[in-house]
Design a protein around this ligand. Structure first.
Ligand SMILES: [Zn+2]
Ligand SMILES: [Zn+2]
Length: 144
């Protein structure tokens, strides 16, 4: 989990057990946004994240970055900062995507979620690998 946080440029990412637990339950709330099948449900799920995960919105230029939004105090612990950055990030994304382009992998038995950055916005699988596996399965089913 610490690796994941580092790749997402979360600062001071070391986690205690209870923080890990807290992030696991947070990620299931996050998943609700991807799983939602209507824009209204998705908006609702994102609002839940905003309510639970953010304290306030403000612009910052820390570490020489260009101005960007933060949604909780910079001195908060890693759990609070991850909640804030994911809640805020999802909300901003949904504003820009018109509430779409978040999904769950269509391959049965894969539950990974994805952000659809494809040109036509019709992505169905979390990865090319799942897409291929599903295609092979369909092929087999057609040919008995
Ligand atoms: Zn920042
Ligand atoms: Zn998948």
């Amino acid at each position: 989990m610490t690796d994941v946080l580092l790749t997402h440029e979360i600062r001071r990412p070391d986690l205690m057990d209870e923080q890990l637990q807290a992030l696991r339950s947070w990620s299931s709330l996050l998943q609700d946004v991807f799983i939602a099948t209507t824009i209204d449900d998705r908006t609702q799920a994102a609002n839940t994240l905003l309510t639970l995960g953010t304290a306030r919105a403000y612009l910052t230029t820390h570490d020489g970055w260009s101005p960007h939004l933060h949604f909780t105090g910079e001195d908060e612990d890693v759990v609070a900062r991850v909640k804030a950055v994911t809640a805020g990030g999802v909300a901003i994304f949904l504003v820009e995507s018109g509430g779409e382009r978040l999904g769950v992998c269509a391959r049965s038995r894969c539950e990974r979620v994805f952000v659809d950055t494809s040109r036509n916005g019709r992505r169905e699988y979390c990865s090319a690998r799942c897409g291929n596996t599903a295609a092979v399965t369909r092929h087999r089913q057609r040919h008995g």
